[in-house]
Design a protein around this ligand. Structure first.
Ligand code: SAM
Length: 231
């Protein structure tokens, strides 16, 4: 009996050290090597257990250079994309962040390590509940999950220092600009096709907004008035 428990503990330790090694390889091979240089972002990506945000059948693929399926036909983004967007937000640890598209909760967990408070909105209630349970079990206590249509942002909790959109929009939603603090950043993929977008960063400075673009990405569509109709 004691032997069995010891064997089990050994295999749990072996499993978690397997993920620890895979995570570090991901940080070095997929992130540092490809232009993710913010040490806090690299540390966050090395801290959040991506395997805990996917179905156990995909746990062995958690640190591959790919998006992975989550329930309801959605995806958890590729690690590089999550890190790229987090870096583009230029967080210092003190910010209030709004994420549109909670999905698995993985991106929110990464943002949780990089900011003071994260509000994340998901339109699919079952995904939101699963993410909420997971984030709380893993101790990401500064994340608040909301079930809502993210097209209108979250006016009751505005202003935000940073807003990140993890689904492809057709335009920059005006409510996000209205809910952004002065000096704040919005990182959002926008495109003419539901599956292909250009990544943009909008930085608010008083009544002006600076626009920068960062190349092509592929996201699931943002559903609603600033995105695409549900099919
Ligand atoms: N950040 C997520 C993660 O780490 O798993 C990845 C999100 S997935 C690429 C995009 C998510 O946006 C999906 O879960 C989808 O249901 C959600 N979404 C799409 N349109 C939305 C809307 N109008 N409001 C809120 N969530 C939306």
């Amino acid at each position: 009996m004691q032997r069995k428990t010891a064997d089990k503990q050994k295999s749990v330790r072996a499993e978690s050290s397997q993920f620890t090694e895979q995570r570090l390889r991901m940080v070095r091979g997929q992130l540092s090597a490809r232009g993710i240089h913010d040490p806090q972002v690299l540390a966050a990506m090395n801290r959040v257990p991506r395997e805990a945000f996917v179905d156990p059948m995909f746990a062995d693929e958690a640190y591959d250079d790919n998006p992975l399926p989550i329930p309801n036909g959605q995806t958890v983004s590729q690690p590089f994309t999550v890190a790229f967007m987090a870096q583009a937000l230029q967080l210092t640890g003190t910010e209030r962040v709004l994420e549109i598209g909670t999905g698995s909760g993985y991106g929110a967990a990464v943002l949780s390590c990089l900011s003071a408070e994260v509000h994340t909105i998901e339109r699919i209630a079952a995904l939101a509940q699963q993410a909420k349970d997971r984030l709380s079990r893993l101790g990401f206590s500064n994340v608040h999950v909301h079930v809502a249509n993210g097209n209108q942002g979250l006016p009751d909790h505005a202003p935000f220092d940073a807003i990140v959109v993890t689904a492809g929009a057709t335009e920059l939603p005006a409510p996000y600009v209205e809910q952004l603090a002065d000096g704040g950043r919005i990182v959002i993929p926008i495109g003419e096709l539901p599956t292909s977008q250009t990544m943009y960063r909008f930085t608010r400075s008083g009544s002006k907004t600076k626009t920068e673009s960062f190349g092509r990405f592929a996201f699931v569509p943002l559903i609603g008035e600033h995105g695409w109709p549900e099919v």
